[in-house]
Design a protein around this ligand. Structure first.
Ligand SMILES: Cc1cc2ncn([C@H]3O[C@H](COP(=O)(O)O)[C@@H](O)[C@H]3O)c2cc1C
Ligand SMILES: O=C(O)c1cccnc1
Length: 350
């Protein structure tokens, strides 16, 4: 499915369906609304999918390298990106442990790592380039490459739907990628770069001041157009961020709920939400990242985070955890008896 078709296929989640599910939740033997946000998760999942249980879940972890790492914006060297991809494939990373706990498959997508991987089970070879160019010196990628990233993500959403996945999560791996993510946050929110830029893997004060300067210079030089999200992705984005944006957009187009992980994933989701306003209906914001720019992007998307666990890893880790609560909310939707069925007297609320 191409970008144009995906955009045409996106529509708001049916309010009548949402209402029917809430009516059932309100008939369950409990004070109205007392399961709090679990009711929202169940209502939204069931209205989007027409189902009350999750058959299969997958986390798509998109990987890519970043030319801007030559500006000293990360605490870690660039070769960690392919090293971690290999770690994902052998099952030894945090996302593997948490996805196993959640009962989700991990699917790794090479969008643009500066390394040639052998074909492996669990790895999709979708390389658009060998790392982006340094956006402090020019655009990170061409507009054509940005569209290719988006369409790769869209195709994965179509595939996930065909394969019977009912819930999809986003994840990222790419040394340096909190830098393009902060640039994307600054462009769309209009906030100063210093209010949305943080420590990523753990840089100190001097490196953080440098990271802010690099992002400011990159935005000034490339002048990304906030009204043209593909332009923003091309000029200051990243290959894996484009893949995430495409997956989120594709999920909205095919009617799949998508759990968006932390700071980098939210930058991708924001690009998708800026491309089409109804994309936000399909997004579950997994958690609140430690990165200071994260809440500003979530506010713009209009989704509240499910968890707040002081996490700042990425990979899809927060997404895997949030899937467990969506799963729990659906078990409650299916199994909690109504006042009638349980023989419990109704009250006189409000
Ligand atoms: C070993 C290791 C595993 C990771 N898994 C995710 N990230 C996270 O950290 C990186 C972003 O932070 P920055 O912009 O500061 O480089 C991304 O790769 C992100 O996925 C990791 C980082 C490291 C070092
Ligand atoms: O919130 C995240 O996703 C994050 C934060 C710091 C580093 N890597 C990922």
């Amino acid at each position: 499915m191409d970008l144009e078709t995906a955009l045409k296929n996106i529509s708001a989640v049916d309010p009548a369906r949402l209402g029917d599910i809430q009516d059932h939740l309100d008939r369950q033997a409990k004070p109205r609304g007392s399961l709090g946000r679990l009711e929202e998760f169940a209502r939204r999942f069931a209205a989007i999918t027409g189902r009350r249980e999750i058959r299969k879940k997958a986390v798509f972890t998109f990987a890519g390298d970043h030319g801007v790492t030559e500006e000293g914006v990360s605490a870690f060297p660039r070769e960690v990106t392919p090293q971690m991809v290999l770690n994902f494939l052998s099952g030894g990373a945090a996302i593997n442990a948490l996805a196993r706990h959640a009962g989700a498959e991990v699917i790794v997508v090479d969008m643009g790592v500066d390394y040639d991987f052998e074909p492996r089970e669990g790895l999709l070879l979708k390389k658009v380039g060998r790392g982006t160019r340094n956006f402090a010196k020019g655009p990170a990628m061409s507009r054509e490459e940005a569209v290719r990233c988006l369409e790769t993500g869209i195709e994965l959403a179509v595939w996930a739907r065909e394969q019977g996945f009912d819930l999809v999560g986003t994840g990222d791996m790419g040394i340096g990628n909190t830098t393009p993510s902060a640039a994307i946050a600054a462009v769309f929110t209009g906030l100063p770069v210093s209010s949305v830029t943080h420590r990523g893997t753990g840089i100190g004060d001097a490196a953080l001041a440098n990271k802010v300067r690099v992002i400011e210079a990159g935005i000034a030089l490339n002048a990304p157009d906030a009204k043209d999200p593909v332009d923003v992705l091309a000029k200051v984005g990243g290959y894996e961020i484009g893949g995430i944006a495409g997956l989120v957009l594709g999920c909205a187009a095919v009617g799949l709920p998508v759990v968006v992980d932390g700071f980098i994933s939210t930058a991708g989701a924001l690009i998708a939400a800026e491309l089409h306003p109804q994309v936000r209906d399909y997004i579950f914001a997994a958690h609140q990242s430690v990165e200071i720019g994260h809440s500003h992007m979530l506010e713009r998307i209009g989704q509240r985070p499910i968890l707040n666990l002081d996490m700042r890893l990425g990979e899809g880790t927060g997404g895997a955890l949030a899937m467990e609560l969506i799963d729990a909310s659906l078990q409650a939707l299916r199994e909690v008896r109504t006042f009638d069925a349980a023989g419990v007297s109704e009250g006189d609320e409000r």
